[in-house]
Write a protein that binds this ligand. Structure first.
Ligand code: SF4
Length: 159
């Protein structure tokens, strides 16, 4: 069973600042070696460039850049593509970069560009959860592994 993963967590330089956000984990390494990981960047898929202005979700659910450009459409497009991807591949698990307005799964920035973080989820994670995907952050890879094991083998062993 494949695992969707934010492309930047595998080190792909797709973030707004042109960098990746690589995570070192024996679990990710094992999944990668066995071809289980499907990397995806919803913001690139939505047509946004690298580098790009940082964006945050507003209280009215629009997504705007620091200079107040409305980029909701691009974020929605990327989120819909992620949803189609998991549906096409029967994917039930995702590991996504927390705090991102696309990929955040536990917390996101509050929309003020003041560095404040609130509980919430990014637009892509919202769509993934609507499609029945269990989403974990990069800080929850152990839990993701346990969930994956349970799905694949029906048992609950650690690595
Ligand atoms: S949209 Fe997601 S995958 Fe793409 S750079 Fe941002 S956090 Fe990483």
């Amino acid at each position: 069973m494949k695992v969707l993963i934010s492309a930047c967590l595998l080190g792909e330089p797709v973030r707004y600042d042109g960098k990746g956000k690589p995570v070192t984990s024996p679990i990710l390494q094992q999944w990668q070696q066995s071809g289980q990981l499907l990397p995806f960047c919803p913001e690139l898929a939505g047509g946004l460039p690298v580098p790009r202005e940082p964006a945050e979700i507003q209280p009215d659910h629009r997504i705007v850049t620091h200079s107040q450009l409305d980029v909701t459409g691009a974020f929605e497009l990327g989120a819909r593509q992620a949803q189609k991807l998991v549906q096409d591949h029967g994917i039930k698990i995702a590991i996504m970069t927390d705090l991102s307005p696309s990929c955040g799964s536990t917390h996101i920035y509050d929309g003020s560009f003041g560095g404040r973080v609130v509980e919430g989820e990014g637009r892509t994670v919202q769509y993934l959860r609507q499609a029945g995907v269990r989403v974990f952050s990069q800080h929850q890879i152990d839990q993701a592994w346990q969930y994956w094991q349970k799905q694949v083998t029906g048992c609950d062993k650690g690595l």
